[in-house]
Design a protein around this ligand. Structure first.
Ligand code: PMP
Length: 437
């Protein structure tokens, strides 16, 4: 297979004239890996086709939502029906109740949920809610976790350990992040130090339980346990950002996986997105009734949205959740993902490439490193140049993985064993081309 990107090139040149960087979300621009982004013409099942009609096996799935693959018939039918009934009303619908009930039944730590339109909005609202409910200002977040682009969360660690952070974007005044404490993921000692110093001022701790924005890094069980204990002890709220992991790593989301190791484990607030919208702009945040009742119109914490609970988006999300609840769906998805990860490890070992990988449910990550990293600093020790070569070698062979080494991968119910075998064949050739140094 040869790569012929000319029609993508032409579209990119046109896009650059009217859209900053040619894209509506930065990572799509291939800035890290170089080359021209593929402009998607259409998608079906596990594949999409670019402007040149070149087919790719899709391991991004819109960055997580497409857990059933593209164009699942039941979802298409639900969306078509909903669209015929009306696109948006700005008034309540029964379908919003149905989706809320469905989400609560899957993630029982949530007693009430509010629907919004993006993960950013959900994360931002969860932070406001935690602050409003506790009457405190400070927030803990971890380096390498992403919670959307709300100002207070666009922050990286300062120079010392356990310091208040620095903005990671222009346009965010330092005062806006002055209450955000940025800590190292999986570092229990630092966490304890932060609570010892700032405990009574901490409104909440927000974390990705399995961090998908530094590729794939699990919170250790001990770290998770201490996050929960310290929040409880100091009256702070534990916020689980499951935008990526929600209904993706397990039907009950990452919190159900941790509850197996820590009996009774529950976060106070959960942020969801991606899979619960099935590819439509839909996200949510929810938690204990007493906390959620702080939201307007019941309580003093304001939050709103013109398109919140959109009828077409809720139909898409509802149909998606009903499909993934079918007996055997998650077992099969997990087995497929595991087969991909095991196969990649075997092929890399046979080709002499340092390689580690991990997965949970339908989410996976791999690193060109000898051992699985535990935090952002370790992730960033990956050889970026080798990753970029690998990315392009796979792309040239029709396998589409995330165009940055700090992003996770996703398998869908539509990926077949043959797709995974084809991926492993492509990976063997790609690994063979990598420098062995
Ligand atoms: N939280 C997490 C864990 C995410 O992965 C993302 C997006 N990748 C977000 C929040 C933000 O979601 P959105 O892009 O829908 O605003």
């Amino acid at each position: 297979m040869t790569s012929n990107t000319d029609l993508n090139d032409a579209l990119m040149a046109r896009a650059r004239l009217v859209i900053p960087g040619g894209v509506n979300s930065p990572v799509r621009a291939f800035r890290a890996v170089g080359g021209t982004p593929r402009f998607v013409q259409r998608a079906h099942g596990a594949y999409f086709w670019d402007a040149n009609d070149q087919r790719y096996i899709d391991y991004i799935g819109s960055w997580g939502p497409m857990i059933l693959g593209h164009g699942h018939p039941a979802v298409l039918e639900a969306v078509r029906k909903a669209a015929e009934q009306g696109f948006s009303f700005g008034a309540p619908t029964e379908r919003e109740i149905e989706l809320a009930e469905e989400i609560l039944s899957l993630v029982p730590s949530m007693e009430m949920v509010r629907l919004v339109s993006s993960g950013t909005e959900a994360g931002m609202s969860a932070i406001r809610l935690a602050r409003g409910a506790t009457g405190r200002d400070k927030i803990i977040k971890f380096e390498g976790c992403y919670h959307g682009h709300a100002d207070a969360l666009l922050v990286k660690a300062g120079s010392g350990l356990a310091t208040f952070g620095n903005p990671t974007s222009a346009g965010v005044p330092p005062e806006v992040v002055q209450h955000t404490l940025v800590l190292e993921y999986n570092n229990v000692a630092q966490l304890e130090e932060a609570f010892a110093e700032h405990g009574p001022a901490i409104a909440g701790l927000i974390m990705e339980p399995i961090a998908g924005n530094m590729n794939f890094v699990r919170a250790s069980v001990e770290f998770t346990r201490r996050c929960r204990e310290l929040c409880t002890q100091h009256g702070a709220l534990l916020i689980y950002d499951e935008v990526m992991t929600g209904c993706r790593v397990a039907l009950g989301s990452a919190q159900s996986v941790y509850a197996q190791a820590i009996p009774g484990f529950e976060p106070d607030i959960t942020v969801m997105g991606k899979v619960i919208g099935g590819g439509m702009p839909l996200a949510a945040f929810g938690g204990k009734r007493s906390v959620m009742e702080q939201l307007a119109p019941l309580g003093p914490v304001y939050q709103a949205g013109t398109l919140s609970g959109n009828p077409v988006a809720t139909a898409c999300g509802l149909a998606t959740l009903r499909e993934i609840k079918r007996p055997g769906f998650f077992e099969s998805l997990s087995a497929k993902t595991q087969r991909l990860v095991d196969g990649l490890k075997t092929v890399a070992a046979e080709e002499g490439v340092p390689f580690v990988a991990d997965c949970q449910g339908g989410m996976f990550g791999f690193f060109l490193l000898p051992t699985l990293p535990q935090n952002y600093t370790e992730v960033m020790k990956s050889n970026g140049e080798h990753f970029n070569q690998l990315f392009h070698a796979l792309l040239d062979r029709g396998v589409y993985i995330a165009p940055a080494l700090y992003e996770a991968g996703f398998v869908s119910g539509a990926h077949s064993d043959a797709d995974i075998d084809a991926t492993l064949d492509a990976a063997r050739e790609a690994f063979r081309e990598l420098p062995k140094a």
